[in-house]
Design a protein around this ligand. Structure first.
Ligand SMILES: [Zn+2]
Ligand SMILES: [Zn+2]
Length: 134
């Protein structure tokens, strides 16, 4: 069981299952959405993701057709994204999870559009676009 929430504390959630396909995404849209060099996202089954409080504070922006990025309307913390074609899963922003997590990132993606000031470190695979099994 993992617990997390936004910066101001209005939104609290728990994850009762595992997290899979954790990736660092360096694409320009993720960089803007996070205000940082990359986004770190993992897939959680929708049935395993529960908002405990503050659901009405969660607001979204449809960043591409069918894909909505959700954030806290008070503090702006990026929380998760959903795609209408995959209602069975949510893509959680790992920085919002407060528990230690057991899973580990599997890849860096969209390294072809990374910020020119970023040096990627570590041994996990790097891909110019999506990872092969997407
Ligand atoms: Zn908040
Ligand atoms: Zn991205």
């Amino acid at each position: 069981m993992y617990r997390g929430g936004c910066l101001c504390g209005a939104i609290r959630f728990e994850i009762t299952g595992g997290i899979r396909n954790i990736i660092y995404c360096h694409c320009s849209r993720c960089r803007k959405a996070q205000g940082s060099a990359f986004a770190t996202n993992g897939i959680v089954e929708s049935k395993d993701f529960k908002i405990l409080s503050g659901e009405k504070e969660l607001t979204g922006f449809e960043s591409s057709p069918g894909q909505t990025k959700y954030f806290c309307r008070h503090c702006g913390s990026p929380m998760l994204s959903k795609n209408v074609t995959k209602p069975e899963q949510v893509r959680v922003r790992l920085g919002t999870i407060e528990s230690d997590i057991e899973e580990r990132p599997a890849a860096h993606i969209f390294v072809s559009s990374k910020a020119n000031w970023e040096d990627i470190c570590g041994d996990i695979p790097q891909y110019d676009a999506y990872e092969p099994d997407r």
